[in-house]
Design a protein around this ligand. Structure first.
Ligand code: ATP
Ligand code: MG
Length: 662
């Protein structure tokens, strides 16, 4: 390794950011973190049972903790009964939380509505009553297709209140994707809006539901409830379609909650579709809710004075756990933003933090990269132009964050004062899995550090044998945990095969991501999805590692994705798709940057990892949740015509720009 590289690595090491206002924190130091990990390891059932009793409000206490008799279909706190909406709302009434703001909702035109816990409770009860009036019962599926806003949160909790299973579908999805989810779940009702306001336009939403239903086989949908976001008219079918004003506004503001078993499904949520056809992940009530609340306390040290802002849409697991269930179960105040954070421009993010005095900012690497690109263009987009002194914690999720972007966020947004909580988790895990404890775990840029207590994370080889530190392998979770997915909707077999493969012995939960533990610290680093590992001349290379090296050329590079391409001499060749910070570059500049990029990789990793093919374009293909779709780039690089599931792709035209190879 070159000296320069070794020095870079040293600089990248261990940053200890003290956490402000941490007097109430669960963890005082690494010793208390380790003690809790030990407790979980020694007596897992006692550990989880203690936490479930302490943190959830039960209608009926549980006496069994874990039922393994049908593993890998585990059951937790099986004979206990509770209601998720009670744990998020009723529980706070009569406490100092009752009149506290639960949600500051900011519309695209900058209008702010602040909803207290009391008001939220009443709105949820009204909607729950309306659903009941339409005959929706416990166990029925209700599909939610709403723009990002407080109404979506109300809809989720209203379902939970009557024991209906919600299926939130991101409002950017097409009628075809919606149809697939309607059919798969057999939803009896849809909650939608007449339109959604995004990027300066009004887009019809209710019409999309009609188009989906028109595709056939959706006779089970008996009710469509339409929230009127604007005065724009919408197509109506009498007897099936109702406006909020008609059906909801007149309802009583009290609705008795339906007490459900701990194992009653709370929701079905389809994964992002980064690696293939989306999977309908099923989460149940108690275990999921417990982890949503605990991780708010552990990963975010959430305090009564905090203002939490998670930019995720409720259409994704991050929105479920860290917009709806986590913050509300923890009694937090949060910000919810309509539309996209970058519209009308990047300054909206900084203005929002400033306006609401946000303390905890949780976002995705894709947004961070876009913010970096914008900040380089004009001062009004730079975080330095705003007062962000309220921030005490920064966090991201969704993709690996490279050390360069990590540092920018940490230094330019957090001014080196705010711990950076890189959270690794998945739809299937319900909540955070590997995450630093803020103010406690020393940080390493680009590493999600260590598992939370109770998460038995191990790296194994292809036969399920543990790998030593320093050697990459498959990330698995070796013991069940309460927030784990229970199955894929009506597809137990696919669940078993996808997550508990026989090759690994059938008992390890396979995350589908590669990882390596640092030789000195034991910290975890996610090296990319298993499907994305490249094999160049017999060397296994993680896409993330090569991408991180390319991103270090940060004066030029805004975003990059690496895939493998079959090659006659090396088996596979590295192909890099690069988006530059400046769009007005010529042939000559492109050639020069391509050369610099190759040198960078040769220096940082090895000449073997140098991209053989470099392509420049203006945007990478992403899922609607903002993740790079490498599977698509892979088939594009191979010159294959698209034959994949692209229902979750944001903009199919972006690939056209990458045709020239350098
Ligand atoms: P699909 O399963 O349909 O391909 P998806 O995996 O993108 O979609 P999600 O469940 O939303 O759907 O995303 C989880 C995945 O996101 C993880 O498996 C991992 O690949 C990636 N990820 C999430 N957080 C991090 C992180 N902090 N660091 C690295 N990767 C992350
Ligand atoms: Mg996945």
């Amino acid at each position: 390794m070159s000296n320069e590289r070794a020095q870079g690595l040293l600089l990248d090491r261990l940053i200890n950011s003290p956490l402000q206002h941490a007097s109430q924190s669960v963890f005082k130091d690494m010793t208390s973190y380790e003690a809790l990990c030990k407790e979980a390891q020694k007596e897992p059932e006692l550990f989880w049972s203690r936490l479930a009793q302490e943190h959830l409000q039960w209608d009926h206490p549980f006496s069994h903790v874990l039922d393994k008799s049908h593993a890998p279909f585990y059951r937790w706190f099986d004979d206990g009964a509770l209601n998720a909406s009670v744990n998020c709302l009723d529980r706070h009434l009569g406490t100092e939380c009752e009149h506290k703001v639960a949600i500051h909702f900011e519309t695209v035109d900058g209008k702010v509505t602040s909803v207290t816990y009391r008001t939220l409770y009443e709105r949820v009860c009204q909607l729950a009553n309306a659903l009941k009036e339409r005959g929706v019962e416990k166990g029925d599926r209700v599909l939610i297709y709403l723009p990002m806003g407080d109404e979506g949160v109300v809809a989720m909790l209203a379902c939970a209140r009557i024991g209906a299973i919600h299926v939130v579908v991101f409002a950017g999805f097409s009628a075809i994707a919606l149809h697939e989810r309607l059919q798969d779940t057999g939803a009896v009702a849809v909650i939608t809006a007449n339109v959604q306001c995004r990027s300066g336009r009004e887009l019809p939403l209710k019409a999309g539901v009609d188009d989906a239903i028109a595709l056939g086989g959706c006779e089970h949908v008996g009710t469509i409830l339409v929230y009127e976001r604007t005065a724009t008219a919408w197509p109506r079918q009498e007897g099936r379609d109702f406006s909020y004003a008609e059906l909801v506004s007149q309802q009583p503001t009290e609705c008795a909650p339906v007490s459900v078993s701990a194992e009653h499904p709370l929701f079905i949520l389809y994964t992002s579709g980064s690696t293939g056809k989306p999977k309908g992940v099923v989460h149940t009530t108690a275990g999921y809710l417990l982890w949503a609340k605990l991780t708010m306390l552990w990963s975010y040290d959430i305090q009564p004075s905090d203002v939490f802002w998670c930019t995720a849409d409720i259409g994704w697991i991050t929105g479920h756990t860290y917009v709806t269930y986590g913050p509300l179960a923890a009694g937090a105040t949060q910000v919810i933003m309509e539309g996209v954070p970058l519209y009308p421009d990047a300054s909206r993010v900084w203005k929002t933090i400033q306006r609401h005095a946000v303390t905890t900012f949780y976002t995705a690497p894709t947004l961070i990269r876009a913010l970096i690109k914008a900040a380089a263009q004009e001062d009004v987009y730079a975080p330095e132009s705003y007062d962000l002194s309220s921030l005490r914690l920064l966090s991201s999720v969704g993709e690996p964050i490279d050390a360069t972007a990590w540092r920018w966020f940490y230094e330019h947004v957090g001014h080196g004062r705010c711990p950076y909580v890189d959270t690794f988790f998945q739809t299937e895990t319900g909540g955070h899995v590997i995450t630093p404890i803020p103010g406690v775990t020393p940080l390493v840029p680009g590493s999600c550090t260590l598992p939370l207590p109770g998460m038995d994370v191990v790296i194994v080889d292809e036969a399920g044998e543990p790998r030593p530190w320093g050697q990459g392998g498959l990330l698995v979770i070796a013991s069940p945990w309460p927030a784990m997915a229970r199955t894929l909707w009506r597809d137990d077999e696919r669940y078993r095969q996808s997550y508990f493969p026989e090759e690994l012995g059938g008992t390890l939960y396979l995350a589908g991501d590669g990882a390596v533990r640092d030789e000195d610290t034991g910290y975890f680093r996610i090296t990319g999805r298993i499907d994305d590992v490249l094999n160049v001349s017999g060397h296994r290379l993680g896409t993330t590692e090569i991408e991180s090296a390319l991103s270090r050329l940060d004066h030029a590079v805004a975003e990059v994705a690496v895939v493998g391409q079959p090659d006659p001499s090396t088996g596979e060749a590295v192909c890099a798709f690069v988006v530059l910070k400046k769009s007005d570059y010529g042939e000559e500049v492109a050639r020069q940057i391509a050369q610099e990029l190759r040198q960078q990789v040769a220096r940082d990793i090895s000449p073997i990892a140098k991209p053989k093919f470099i392509r420049f374009g203006s945007n990478l293909p992403k899922t609607r949740s903002g993740k790079v779709m490498r599977r698509l780039l892979r088939s594009f690089a191979q010159g294959e015509k698209e034959a994949q599931d692209i229902s979750t792709l944001e903009d199919p035209s972006v690939l056209d720009h990458f045709s020239v190879i350098y």
